[in-house]
Write a protein that binds this ligand. Structure first.
Ligand code: MLT
Length: 222
């Protein structure tokens, strides 16, 4: 497995030295904001590429693999049990991911990305927003939950955030997702939280909603 699959990185790039195994798909539309694709537990860097292509045709796609292994399943941070997170590890891994994003931006010559994360990927994206807000231009969080019980004070100066929850999600109670929405909007995030009829898995209505939101983001930056 190579660390980077880009074939046309700039000559000054050090794509092969980037710290996360990842896929990079160059943009075909230079005006489109790049997407950072963050998979769920047990996924990898390939999982969300088709979703990325669907919701933002032409955008550059940067898709890292989580560096934690839970019984062989990649994740972005450690958990102690279902929904109970090792918060020190969340902080450490969010900082490592933010550093990777900065290095990848330099290597591939891309702007700050919009994160599109599912489940565990949504949770690390939420941690990035709370801990390293400069890393992202915005975020679409699919089935996220509270990742840090008491996040530091900080500002998300109008950062657009879409949250999509499932009304019958057996893993994330709606009230928990609502608490995350409060954490993000209290820091200045422009949060749109929608609860879709459904469970934890992604549905076609998620694709429609996130495509619509990304389209508005690309058109207006908000
Ligand atoms: C997590 O981060 O643990 C998610 O919310 C649930 C999962 O990945 O299965």
């Amino acid at each position: 497995m190579t660390r980077a699959s880009a074939s046309r990185a700039p000559a000054t790039a050090h794509a092969a030295d980037l710290a996360f195994i990842h896929r990079f798909v160059p943009a075909t539309d230079a005006a489109a904001t790049p997407l950072l694709l963050l998979h769920g537990t047990g996924g990898d860097e390939n999982d969300l590429l088709p979703l990325g292509r669907m919701i933002a045709p032409g955008a550059a796609l940067l898709s890292p693999r989580g560096q934690v292994s839970e019984a062989g399943m990649p994740r972005f941070f450690r958990r102690l049990s279902e929904g109970v997170f090792d918060e020190a590890d969340v902080v450490r891994r969010a900082n490592e991911l933010a550093d990777f994003i900065a290095a990848a931006r330099d290597a591939y010559g891309i702007a700050a990305p919009v994160a599109v994360g599912f489940s565990n990927g949504a949770n690390i994206a939420a941690a990035l927003l709370l801990l390293r807000p400069e890393a992202l231009a915005g975020a679409a969080l699919l089935r996220p939950m509270v990742t840090l019980s008491t996040p530091p004070e900080g500002t998300l100066p109008g950062t657009p955030v879409l949250m999509l929850s499932g009304s019958a999600d057996p893993i994330v109670p709606t009230a928990n997702a609502a608490r995350l929405a409060v954490q993000l909007s209290a820091r200045g995030g422009q949060v749109e939280h929608r609860v879709l009829p459904g469970g934890h898995g992604l549905m076609s209505s998620d694709v429609t909603a996130v495509k619509d939101w990304i389209g508005r983001f690309q058109a207006t930056g908000a």
